[in-house]
Design a protein. Structure first.
Length: 229
């Protein structure tokens, strides 16, 4: 009932996680003003993202939705998604991204969306896989099915957060495996993750897929750590 939600908002007002202003009933996580200045990645910068993977794995396409810059107030969106039990943030942002990307043909030919899996330990601790919620948002707009069983994370490797570039690549060697019952020949898989930094984890996953199956691979992340590394 509307009066109940209005009463809850009055007693426990929700605030924009970027600027701190009180949100209206129609707004979620971020106010309209901050939404209008979301640091989206311009089309002419997207080839720069694909270049991260050149010489490492074969990809069809790769893109991200927003920049993740040190000190940016918009980083709170990703922090809420990963650490504050707010996976719906990922779904809402992914829906916005998919509505923009679908017109560009980015999703053309893709047959399944595969979120990067967490280790069983990490998923128990967090209670959810944020990449799955991002994948669900993309699927909501594109109609492409989400496959959470195709890839498994075998090793609960250390967090990448405080590692340098070389350490990140060493940390993700052979951490994934592919469901042996999967038939992927001729398919086009979209790998989905939250934040792109060096691309080490995505390369590891894509490399495992491509070593087991004859499939095409594309990549989508919500955020890209431009000039952060």
């Amino acid at each position: 009932m509307k009066w109940i939600s209005d009463l809850i908002d009055l007693i426990f007002p929700r605030h924009c996680c970027v600027c701190g202003e009180v949100l209206s009933r129609q707004e979620h996580d971020i106010c309209l003003n901050c939404l209008c200045t979301l640091p989206k990645i311009e089309p002419h910068h997207k080839p720069e993202i694909e270049q991260i993977f050149w010489g490492k794995i074969d990809i069809e396409r790769a893109t991200s939705f927003i920049y993740y810059r040190k000190g940016s107030p918009y980083n709170t969106l990703m922090h809420r998604l990963k650490y504050k039990d707010a996976p719906e943030v990922g779904t809402r942002l992914a829906i916005m991204a998919a509505k923009e990307l679908i017109e560009s043909g980015f999703f053309d030919g893709i047959t399944r969306i595969v979120p990067l899996p967490l280790s069983k330990k990490k998923q128990r601790q967090r209670g959810y896989n944020q990449s799955e919620y991002i994948a669900l948002g993309l699927s909501d707009i594109t109609g492409i099915p989400v496959d959470t069983r195709l890839v498994k994370r075998n090793i609960a490797n250390e967090t990448q957060t405080h590692k340098n570039r070389d350490e990140r690549w060493e940390n993700v060697k052979d951490i994934f495996s592919v469901n042996t019952d999967a038939t992927l020949d001729g398919e086009h898989v979209l790998l989905v993750d939250d934040i792109l930094t060096t691309g080490a984890t995505l390369c590891s996953c894509a490399g495992t897929l491509q070593s087991k199956c004859r499939c095409k691979t594309s990549i989508f992340t919500l955020a890209y750590t431009y000039n952060n590394f």
